[in-house]
Design a protein around this ligand. Structure first.
Ligand SMILES: Cc1cc2nc3c(=O)[nH]c(=O)nc-3n(C[C@H](O)[C@H](O)[C@H](O)COP(=O)(O)OP(=O)(O)OC[C@H]3O[C@@H](n4cnc5c(N)ncnc54)[C@H](O)[C@@H]3O)c2cc1C
Length: 327
């Protein structure tokens, strides 16, 4: 063989399969955060993945992640958060996949990205101190109650009713498929305070789970994701003080709050980052795809799409987006 072949072979440019590809939304700081979360997840969570599929993941995961600052990555420092941007939360959810336990990732994500955001958005200072601060520390566990046995995708069908009685509200109804529902210290609860007001009849409450009348009916048996507890809950004449209302009672504000809880938090956060219009369009596109994928009837009702102007803003006139996609 001629020796002239070797230099030509060496000159072939090959892909560098070891090179790191980083999405343009992430910075060096996100990479450092990613390394730190991954090292924790691989060392402290991953070894338990199989065991937790039998037993559900233990509460110390919340306290440990609180100690490490991972439960409040994008919350303000004044509440114990890290003051980061929302992309830090995306890094967290990507790296939680290294736990090899979808159920653990789901339980944490419901806490960090679904149940606590409405408190940050709509809570009074007292509610933030009482619920958000200990949640960021991992000292309180949260859950979010939207879905009911007869109201899933179509959130307008919610029947859980809160009725004003003197200085209190009395709540009756039930919620199902509630992640963290058997272990939570409190629930962010979507109710109807005015059944005749349509979409303006929603009111959110924060309720301690040791309130008389709060009942964990069942820990549901699922096909998978066993590391996460999923509950059927009932509320039987559950009396809560008026200051348990999160945000406003009904009206446009109640509707906005319900929409944020159901879908809008991610879009809300991204809308507040200094992101380029192309990223915002991407978010609107994602919202639209989610809406279509899940069969929601009103595309323009996707709040992300409405806020970014990618499609004309519309009213919330059809079944809402399937929450399963968020988990
Ligand atoms: C593991 C797990 C954890 C969960 N955790 C929580 C939680 O923490 N809190 C909470 O509130 N909920 C939670 N949920 C509930 C979840 O949000 C609901 O399952 C979801 O909203 C869908 O409701 P559903 O199951 O009643 O399905 P349905 O609304 O009955 O939908 C069934 C099917 O019909 C389709 N469909 C519905 N309406 C239409 C339509 N108009 N056009 C075309 N297709 C349609 C849906 O896309 C779906 O495929 C959880 C669910 C699971 C599985």
């Amino acid at each position: 063989m001629s020796s002239a072949v070797s230099p030509a072979v060496d000159a072939v440019i090959k892909p560098d399969f070891q090179s790191k590809k980083r999405h343009f939304i992430f910075t060096d700081e996100h990479d450092q955060l990613r390394d730190s979360i991954r090292s924790f997840v691989v060392r402290e969570l991953q070894p338990h993945a199989e065991e937790w599929e039998e037993t559900t993941f233990p509460n110390w995961v919340f306290t440990r992640m609180g100690e490490l600052g991972f439960l409040g990555l994008s919350y303000p420092e004044e509440y114990g958060g890290q003051g980061g941007d929302y992309y830090a939360n995306i890094v967290l959810s990507e790296e939680m996949a290294q736990s090899h336990s979808g159920g653990t990732a789901m339980g944490i994500a419901v806490h960090t990205d679904m149940a606590t955001p409405p408190i940050h958005l709509f809570g009074t200072e007292e509610q933030k101190q009482r619920y958000l601060v200990p949640s960021i520390k991992g000292e309180k566990i949260s859950c979010l109650g939207i879905t009911e046995p007869d109201a899933g995708s179509d959130v307008s069908g919610i029947k859980t009713r809160a009725v004003r009685d003197g200085d209190d509200y009395v709540i009756n109804g039930s919620k199902t498929y509630i992640t963290n529902g058997t272990r939570a210290d409190y629930i962010v609860l979507v109710t109807k305070t005015d059944v005749d007001a349509g979409y303006d009849g929603f009111t959110l409450f924060i309720v301690d789970t040791d309130t008389p009348g709060f009942i964990v009916e069942n820990k549901l048996k699922k096909l998978g994701m066993h590391a996460s507890d999923t509950a059927l809950l009932a509320f039987n004449d559950m009396r809560v003080p008026a200051d348990a209302v999160l945000g406003q009672v009904g009206g446009e504000a109640g509707r906005e709050a319900a929409l944020e809880v159901v879908q809008g938090w991610h879009d809300h956060q991204l809308g507040h980052e200094a992101v380029s219009p192309s990223v915002q369009d991407g978010v609107a596109g994602m919202a639209a795809v989610v809406a279509m994928t899940t069969g929601a009837t009103t595309l323009a009702a996707a709040p992300g799409a409405a806020t970014t102007g990618a499609v004309p803003p519309g009213t919330w006139s059809g079944p809402c987006v399937n929450m399963v996609l968020f988990f």
